[in-house]
Structure formats: C-alpha cells, structure tokens
Write a protein that binds this ligand. Structure first.
Ligand code: ADP
Ligand code: ASP
Ligand code: MG
Length: 239
C-alpha cells in the first residue's frame, strides 16, 4: 500500500516527538508499505514566527510572511528525514516546490492549482521514503506560498489524491474525531466513522482537528482519510 501520513505540530513538538514519529514510520515501512509523510512545524513555531514579524512591522508583505512561515515545516521535514536515515531507512525531505505543489498567487492563503507527482513517484519507485514540508507550495509567479493556517492537512490530502494513495492517515494529539472537542467537553464521544459531509460540518463549526479545506478536498478526490493519535498509535482512529 502507498500511505500518506501527516503529523501535526504537537506530534513533532520536540526532538523526542520527532523520534517517536520516525518510529511510527519505521513500523509502517517494515510492514511493507510505501510512505509519504507530511509534517507540520514544531508546535508553537508558526505563531512564534508571526510574532517575530510583528516585532518589526504589522504590514509585512504576504510574500515575506510566506518566506518566513514556510521555514517551520522545512525544519521538521529535514530533521525527521535525518532521524530516519540514521536508522538505515532511505529517505529524502522535500519542500512543497520539490513535491510539485503549484498554487495560485494568493500568498498566505494560497489554493493548490495542481500537483506534479513525477518527482514523488520516481522517489518512491527508488524505494525511498519521502518527508514533505507541509503547508506550502510554489505559486504561479514562482515564489514560495503557504496554504493558510492548518494547511498541512491540505498538503497531505491533496498529495494522497494526486498520487492515488491507498490511505491518508492524519496523526494528531487526539485518537480520532469526537462528537465535540474532547479537550473542552469530557463527555465527548469518539466516532468510529464519519462521513465527509458530517466532518465538513464539524470543521466549519471550528473543530480544527481537520482543516476545512482539507475535508472539502478529501470529498472531492474521494481520499480515504483516517484521523488518529501519534501518542497512542496502537489505537485505531476515526475513518
Ligand atoms: P495538529 O497540530 O495535529 O494539526 P490541531 O491542534 O490542529 O492538531 O487539531 C487537534 C485538536 O483538535 C485536538 O487537540 C482537539 O482539541 C481539537 N478538536 C476540536 N474538535 C474536535 C473533535 N470534534 N474531535 C477531535 N478533536 C477536536
Ligand atoms: N504550521 C502551520 C500552522 O500552524 C500549518 C499546520 O500546522 O498545518 O497553521
Ligand atoms: Mg491542525
């Protein structure tokens, strides 16, 4: 199977967490699957960079913000790739541009126009695992772009759709989709399955567990989505 896995900010929040993600990927590789992993910036990193920009200006251009914010995801993709390489797994990190993700020119909230999967396909055929920096692409005018907050979910779903992956697993800090935010409502009930439309309703009401645009894309491209925990990877998530 070809699996696209996405690891959010808390899941890669420190060096131990990145090692934990490397271990999850190793187990999936050892089971014989091909893996494209999409990573977020380490938790808090994107907000920190926004604050840094504000230190100098409230009017930074959208392009400078994209240059700045896209760096967070690059750090994690390179570190995770280095960690896996060290354990004998052939890996390569890729920026959005290297992964072939082309967006419109709406910097800081760009929409994906197309994905050229040639580079990713060749790399997988060479037996390598790919670690993609989430949340970014290259705009039609040739500059780095970002996809809006929470955009790494979209990167993962869009890649899974473009490359016809068998499964797209979104690893986060809760073990699935609940009837309501389990961190706010202790009586929230975990769902075994959820339809695209029900998930769209939840996320458009503010459940950031999956970015709304990513759910729209999953519905459009009929991507098999699973939401699960990187902290408790043995627990099956929500389909
Ligand atoms: P990541 O950094 O992995 O992208 P997010 O913080 O964006 O993770 O999303 C995960 C969070 O979404 C959970 O910690 C949880 O508090 C919140 N959340 C809100 N609504 C729900 C829900 N219905 N089911 C599960 N989690 C939810
Ligand atoms: N790092 C970006 C954000 O915080 C993208 C993501 O994590 O999905 O919005
Ligand atoms: Mg998120």
């Amino acid at each position: 199977m070809l699996k696209v896995l996405k690891f959010g900010g808390t899941s890669v929040g420190n060096l131990d967490r990145i090692q934990n993600v490397a271990n999850i990927i190793k187990n999936i590789k050892d089971d014989g699957h091909d893996v494209i992993a999409v990573v977020s910036a380490m938790s808090g990193e994107t907000n920190k960079l926004v604050e840094y920009a504000k230190h100098f200006s409230n009017n930074a251009t959208a392009h400078e913000m994209d240059m700045l914010l896209s760096s967070g995801e690059r750090v994690t993709s390179a570190l995770l790739s280095i960690a896996l390489n060290e354990q004998g797994y052939e890996t390569t990190s890729m920026s959005g541009r290297e992964a072939g993700i082309v967006t419109d020119n709406a910097h800081t909230k760009a929409r994906i126009e197309s994905i050229d999967t040639t580079n990713m396909k060749n790399t997988i055929n060479d037996g390598k695992t790919i670690i993609v920096a989430g949340f970014q692409g290259v705009s039609l005018n040739g500059r780095v772009s970002t996809l809006g907050r929470g955009g790494s979910d979209l990167t993962a779903v869009a890649i899974a759709g473009a490359i016809s992956a068998d499964l797209c697993e979104i690893y986060t800090d809760v073990d699935g989709i609940y009837t309501t935010d389990p961190r706010i409502e202790p009586k929230a009930r975990k769902l075994k399955e959820i339809s695209y439309d029900e998930m769209l309703e939840l996320s458009s009401l503010g459940a950031k567990v999956l970015q709304t645009r990513s759910v729209e894309m999953a519905k459009k491209l009929n991507v098999n989505l699973v939401s699960r925990s990187s902290f408790e990877p043995h627990i099956p998530g929500t389909l």
